[in-house]
Design a protein around this ligand. Structure first.
Ligand SMILES: C[S@@+](CC[C@H](N)C(=O)[O-])C[C@H]1O[C@@H](n2cnc3c(N)ncnc32)[C@H](O)[C@@H]1O
Length: 451
C-alpha cells in the first residue's frame, strides 16, 4: 500500500474517532476496575510464569504502553499497575486523549497521554516497554502486521503484550449490514442517519429471525452512538483471518501464550488461556462459528530469566473490592457465593502482585470441578496455586468432549418482512437514491443471514 493510501486511511480513522471518541463513557459513572483483572502487565507476567516456571522481567521501573488507548482504557489498566510503573497512552484522537487526561487527573495518577499515529514512519514511542496493550486497535490500521512489528520493536525482551483483534468470520453479518447502510446512503456524521440506522437495526431484530439473537446481544452497542459507529460505520476495518494474525505475531518476533475464551466456546479444548490452541483446531471452530469471540491473544517476547523479579503490594482499593462479576457469569460459576469467591479473589491479587499466593487445595475441594476449570479459563485461578497434581491437571483439561456449532433460522427475504422493506424504500426515496438498489440490499441482507 502506498504511503499516501496509508495516510488516507489514518486520516479517515482519526476523523471518525475525533467525532466519536471511544468508548465515550461519562467521566462520572463509577467504573468496575476489578472487571479489568486480566488486562495489566502483572497478569500477563503471571501467564508467563505459569508457562515457563519463572518470570522474564526483573525488578525495576517498568513502562506500560496502551496503544490506541481511547478515552478510558489507560485509566482502567492503571488500576492494575503498581504506582512505580510509568503509564503511557497513545491515540490518534485528540478528544479521546483530552478525556483520558481528565480521568488520570481525577485519579491522581500521573500518565503520559500523547497524540500520535502508530503508522507514521517517523513515530517515536520512546524507551522500551515491559507490557503493551493494543485492544481493538490493530485491525483499524492500514498495515496491521507492520503495526504489530512497530509495537514489538519497542517491547523489552521478556515483555508481554495483550492484543484484541476482530474475528472477521464471526463479524461477517455485521459487515453485510454495514454494506446495507452504505447502499441506503446512511452516514455516520449525520445525526438523523444514525437514528435511522438504530431504527433499522431494531426493525431487523423484530423481522429477521436469523439476526434476532445477534442483535439482542448488541443492545448496549446500538444505543451508544460511539459504539454504533464503531460497529457499523467504521472507516477502516481490515477483514483478516486467524492465519494472517498468527503470521503477523510470528513476524513480529512474539510468542502466543494463550487466548481468552470469554464466551466459553472452546470447552472441548485444553485450557486455551494456558495452552494456545493448535491453529487448525481453532480455525475449524472459527469456520463453523463455534468460536465467535474476538481473538484476545496474550503474547510475549522471549528472553533469559532475570535474577530476581519485582514484588508489589496489591493495592488496598482492589483488595477491598468485590471479585469481578465476570467470574460469576457462567453456568458453572453462577451459584458460587461471595464466601467462596472472596478467598480466590484475595489469592488472585496476591499471585498477581506478589508473584505467588498460598495454596488453594483445601479451598478447591469444596468447589465443583467444572467451576474450577471455568475460573482457570478466565484467568482467575492457575495450576501453580495447587500442590495437588490432580488439581493442576484438572485446570488444563478440556471441560467437554464436543461443542455444537450454532444453528441459524433460515434466511428471510424482504418480501416476508414488509415493515423493513417499507422502511428501506422510504430512506432511498428521501435520499433521492434509485429504488433499484433494493435488489443489492436484498442480496446483502441475505448474506447477513447465512452462516
Ligand atoms: C476501538 S478503539 C479502542 C480503544 C481502547 N483500546 C478500548 O478498547 O477502549 C480504537 C482506538 O485506536 C485508535 N487508533 C486507530 N488507529 C490508530 C493509529 N494509527 N495510531 C494511534 N491510534 C490509533 C483510535 O483512535 C481509537 O481510539
Amino acid at each position: 500500500m502506498s504511503e499516501l493510501a496509508v495516510q488516507g486511511i489514518n486520516a479517515a480513522v482519526k476523523g471518525m474517532y475525533e467525532a466519536f471518541p471511544y468508548p465515550d463513557y461519562s467521566l462520572f459513572i463509577p467504573l468496575r476496575w476489578q472487571e479489568a483483572y486480566a488486562s495489566g502487565s502483572l497478569f500477563a507476567q503471571g501467564l508467563v510464569r505459569q508457562k515457563l516456571g519463572h518470570n522474564l522481567l526483573g525488578e525495576g521501573r517498568k513502562r506500560i504502553l496502551i496503544a490506541g488507548c481511547g478515552d478510558v482504557q489507560a485509566a482502567i489498566i492503571s488500576r492494575w499497575e503498581p504506582r512505580s510503573h510509568r503509564m503511557v497512552g497513545v491515540d490518534l484522537s485528540r478528544p479521546s486523549l483530552r478525556k483520558a487526561k481528565l480521568r488520570a487527573l481525577m485519579m491522581l495518577r500521573p500518565m503520559r497521554l500523547q497524540q500520535l499515529n502508530l503508522e507514521d514512519p517517523r513515530v517515536d514511542l520512546g524507551e522500551p516497554y515491559a507490557h503493551i496493550d493494543a485492544y481493538g486497535m490493530l485491525h483499524h490500521l492500514a498495515n496491521p502486521s507492520e503495526g504489530l512489528q512497530t509495537l514489538s520493536r519497542c517491547l523489552l525482551p521478556g515483555g508481554t503484550m495483550r492484543i484484541m483483534v476482530y474475528n472477521s468470520r464471526a463479524r461477517q453479518w455485521m459487515f453485510q449490514i454495514s454494506r446495507v447502510f452504505a447502499l441506503l446512503g446512511l452516514k455516520a456524521y449525520d445525526r438523523a442517519d444514525l437514528q435511522e440506522s438504530v431504527r433499522l437495526l431494531q426493525s431487523m431484530q423484530r423481522n429477521v429471525p436469523a439476526l434476532q439473537d445477534r442483535l439482542d446481544g448488541m443492545k448496549g452497542i446500538i444505543q451508544e452512538p460511539a459504539r454504533l459507529v464503531d460497529a457499523f460505520f467504521h472507516e477502516r476495518e481490515a477483514r483478516l483471518g486467524l492465519s494472517y494474525w498468527l503470521k503477523a505475531i510470528h513476524k513480529a518476533g512474539l510468542i502466543p501464550l494463550g487466548l481468552m475464551d470469554r464466551y466459553a466456546e472452546l470447552d472441548d479444548l485444553a485450557n486455551p488461556l494456558l495452552r494456545m490452541p493448535a491453529d487448525d483446531l481453532l480455525q475449524a471452530r472459527i469456520d463453523d462459528l463455534r468460536f465467535e469471540n474476538n481473538l484476545e491473544f496474550y503474547l510475549y517476547k522471549d528472553a533469559p530469566p532475570p535474577l530476581s523479579a519485582g514484588v508489589h503490594a496489591a493495592p488496598l482499593n482492589l483488595r477491598r473490592r468485590l471479585p469481578p462479576l465476570a467470574w460469576q457469569r457462567y453456568a458453572e460459576t453462577k451459584s458460587l457465593g461471595i464466601g467462596q469467591l472472596w478467598p480466590l479473589w484475595q489469592a488472585f491479587l496476591s499471585r498477581t502482585f506478589q508473584g505467588q499466593s498460598s495454596f488453594l487445595d483445601r479451598w478447591a475441594r469444596r468447589i465443583e470441578p467444572l467451576a474450577l476449570q471455568r475460573l482457570s479459563r478466565l484467568g482467575a485461578l492457575f495450576p501453580d496455586q495447587f500442590q495437588s497434581r490432580e488439581l493442576q491437571k484438572l485446570l488444563l483439561n478440556p471441560m467437554q468432549s464436543t461443542m455444537e456449532a450454532p444453528q441459524c433460522p433460515g434466511a428471510r427475504s424482504l418480501t416476508d418482512a414488509p415493515e423493513l422493506r417499507k422502511q428501506m424504500e422510504g430512506i432511498l426515496l428521501r435520499k433521492k437514491l434509485p429504488l433499484a438498489r433494493m435488489q443489492w440490499i436484498e442480496e446483502r441482507l441475505k448474506r447477513a443471514q447465512s452462516l
